[in-house]
Ligand binder design. Structure first.
Ligand code: CU
Length: 258
């Protein structure tokens, strides 16, 4: 969906550029600044290659630790809630953020998709725990719980905030404008709540699901560095080359040893 939306935005940008400026004789009052604009917005190289993979966990994963929640939160869980920082199912690791960290062609920009990146507050947990978004994309934080949460990201490069969603159904909409990895998102009401937000200037990222899988599509042909990050097990990278229409593979294995 994200990629489709980006493509749509690019298409619209192309149409707009065609209608507005084109031709051999630019309007005499065209702003000089347009000379400095990235070649970009009108020529984002969405491609036909993809890279997918599975994140495995080697060894015995640490046992989930019980989370001692406030009564208002406990009521929302069927059983005792446990931490979700390490979720391993059949040897596959969830919540690994995977993205293209190098190899994209220079000189292009990728407009943010029109739909928001959504982080929910549900049972006094952030869902999903790890998410990605593009610079300038709407970051919507929703509240599915019948009481107050506050959302307190602590970025280093972006502007942080600390605001509440008092009631069920409330939401905040924010934007991060600068590329930044693993922004810690906390709730000052419920100290155990933790999410990590990644802000990238392109759409080529994914997060491993319950089955450890991720996929990144719409890539131009090229050789890419794929970076995989887990909050407890560190960062790994791998180079993958894909041609037009090709499906590349990037499987990673994490372990408690790092
Ligand atoms: Cu909270």
């Amino acid at each position: 969906m994200r990629l489709k939306a980006s493509f749509l935005a690019v298409t619209i940008a192309l149409i707009a550029a065609g209608c507005g400026g084109g031709g051999d004789a630019p309007a005499p009052d065209a702003p000089a600044a347009s000379q400095d604009a990235p070649p970009a917005a009108a020529a984002t190289p969405m491609g036909t290659a993809s890279i997918a993979g599975t994140i495995s966990f080697d060894g015995t994963p640490p046992a989930p630790t019980p989370v001692r929640m406030k009564p208002e939160c406990m009521e929302l869980h069927d059983g005792p809630p446990v931490s979700d920082n390490v979720v391993v199912t059949d040897g596959k690791l969830k919540s690994v953020f995977v993205h293209v960290s190098a190899g994209l062609p220079d000189g292009y920009s990728y407009p943010p998709p029109s739909e928001p990146a959504v982080l929910d507050q549900e049972g006094c947990m952030y869902v999903p725990r790890v998410l990605g978004m593009q610079t300038g994309q709407t970051f919507r934080i929703e509240n599915s719980d019948p009481f107050q949460h506050n959302i307190h990201p602590v970025p280093e490069s972006n502007r942080g905030f600390n605001e509440s969603t008092p009631n069920e159904g409330d939401y905040l909409e924010k934007r991060f404008l600068v590329v930044e990895k693993a922004i810690s998102v906390k709730c000052d009401v419920h100290s155990w709540m933790q999410a990590f937000a990644f802000v990238l200037d392109h759409p080529y990222f994914g997060v491993s699901g319950d089955d450890g899988s991720f996929s990144i599509s719409g890539l131009p042909a090229g050789t890419y560095t794929i970076e995989a990050w887990h909050e407890d097990f560190g960062t790994q990278t791998m180079e993958v080359t894909v041609g037009d229409g090709e499906a590349g593979t990037a499987d990673f294995t994490f372990s408690a040893a790092g």
